[in-house]
Design a protein around this ligand. Sequence first.
Ligand code: ZN
Length: 634
Amino acid sequence: MNRKTKQLTGILLALGLIALMLTPTLQAKPNTLVRDSIPDKYKWDLGQIYADWTAWEQGLTRLQEIMSEYAGLKGSLAGGPQAILKAAKLGDELGMLARKVGQYASLNSAQDMRDNTVSARSQQVQIAFANFGVVVAWFNPELLAIPWETMKQWLDSTPELKPYRLGIEDLYRQQTHVLSEDKEQLLAYFSQVNNAPSAIFGKLSTSDMKYPTTTLSDGNPVKLTPGAYYSIKSTNRNQADRAKATESFYGAYVDNRNTYAAIYDGILQSDWASAQARNYTSCLESYLNADNVPVDVYKNLVNTVRGGVGPLQRYYKLVKEELGLTEFHLYDDMIPLVDFNKTYDYDQIQPWIIDAMAPLGKDYQARLKTAFESRWIDVYENEGKRTGAFSAPTYGVHPFLLLNYNETLNEVYTVAHELGHCMHSMLSNETQPFASAEPTIFVAEVASTMNEALLLDYMLTKTKDPVERIALLARAIKSIDGTFYTQSMWADFEMRTHEAVEQGMPITAETLSDIYGKLQKEYYGDAVTVDDYYRYVWTRIPHFYNTPFYVYKYATCYATSAKLAAEIMSKDKKVKAAGLDRYMTLLKSGSSDYSMELLKKAGVDLSQPATFQAIVDRLDSYVTQLEAELAKLK
Ligand SMILES: [Zn+2]
């Protein structure tokens, strides 16, 4: 992705697409769903962005003026470093204003999506942003037409260009895999064709999907939409029902297995063709190059995790025993070990979250207090409000948080998680110039998962209730299973399937299921009975079809956070202080360097097995604690 596309993606991300965590809705604290009747202190104050829509209109007008001004600079870059500086600075002004204007409309829309006037204004913004893409399109090719030697000289002799240096260097770096103009033109003719498999997957899995209906032990037929299916998996304590529902649910995918295999083959072939055309030695290398990540990091992840499945298997065996099952199947992994329905009042959890973050220092805690007290957070559900939760960074103002707080334990963690995103963007925005303020994807989930780890530690110490401790530990274990182990296994699958194509092996439903089944054996050993239809999980994972080689980033984020958390929670004062210092520096560094370099400065080397081993160890410790807590109940 080039810098301008990155900027545009950044804007889209900033508009609230960060971190959706959907949870079922219970009754929230205010006994009303009418927004106007909810006390102000539980609603965000968007007046902190713009006083009113009139002020916003002025912002939008100004945005359009800057766009024309920017378009007017086309053809000027060859004029020298000052011309580049001028365009870069104007680009910053454009980006900053676009975020404010966009966020104001987007957040107003999120608080009540039924409001047509607001929807119309959001559309105005979208049209403006579409123009934004067109307006900035000339910049990269024009810049790259300047020889690197000249550019390097300009950068060296112009200190004001420093904030833009990395972005410019990165453009030239990626240029090594850009072909001559006529070859690029030829490849461009096929871009729509290359996107076809992913589009076909989408149609087959949504609009053309026929969800089966099955009858469970209560005699009632149930249509197995994903929602209904997950509800059975997580609440139905009859294993035979879970087995029947799962087999039917997967049946819909297994029936189309040959079609899914042909679609996925299309993706693999397209990836390999494109990698070869651009002189990469493998598909993996071509995908990782965009982030300047070495292939070794990826291989280190999948190899270390494959070797660290012991605690995961121990956990499954423990669940099997606790649930009194003869065999543990994958459809048994969402059933709670204990019935736990405790509710957590929002006013009560605020001081907990602040106290829990004490290891991160007083300044961090003070910032959390400000976030809670200054109407940055929209707490409760109301009619028309967007579901889920997100943190919306607003450069030049401060982040806003949307929640649908329903008083469950999960939601307490959501608050801590989203506040992690919030603190991260605050610290980066304050420290970095605009051009390097946005954190890179490799650290995007570090602050959020760090907060979760600290909250868990705090709550485990605080509670005297063994059932609550079990719920806390089980939640943490599942989170590691889902965010780290599953994503690593999927990353492993993507690597093996792409390698198969690179070696000229035929791709069929059976070869793909063999690869997937083999991985399941390696991960689950004898702890899990893997039903035959589970070998077809690959048919339904959108990431495989939409964003190849992406899921490993979830695992690396989680590992980074675990590595630093282990230091920050260390009993050794020196280790703790040094870890905290590096962690805070990381949160303040935005995208001021390549991700791997920023992580190295933070003491996290993703090419070392020890980094991923930290999570394996953490899981091991949670499973041991869970065993002890369960034993206490007997
Ligand atoms: Zn998140």
